[in-house]
Design a protein around this ligand. Structure first.
Ligand SMILES: [Zn+2]
Length: 70
């Protein structure tokens, strides 16, 4: 579902190819095997991993021209 103004945007300056959560997803397990991660640090990592996922309700995008949301 998309609006008349486009919808799918390619990665750009305002939309990074990689997000911090991607780094944790890819290398988090490996990092924990070689570095001490405190409970507080793990809590932050878990929160970043959950950000923008369905776990927290999802990630909404809004078209600035017509207000269409998805
Ligand atoms: Zn639109």
């Amino acid at each position: 579902m998309r609006c008349l103004h486009g919808g799918e945007r390619p990665p750009g300056p305002d939309r990074p190819l990689w997000e911090v959560a991607d780094i944790f997803r890819l290398y988090g397990a490996t990092y924990r095997q070689t570095h001490a991660v405190s409970a507080a640090q793990q809590k932050v990592i878990d929160a970043i991993l959950a950000c923008r996922t369905a776990q927290l309700g999802g990630h909404a995008e809004r078209c600035p021209q017509c207000g269409f949301e998805r």
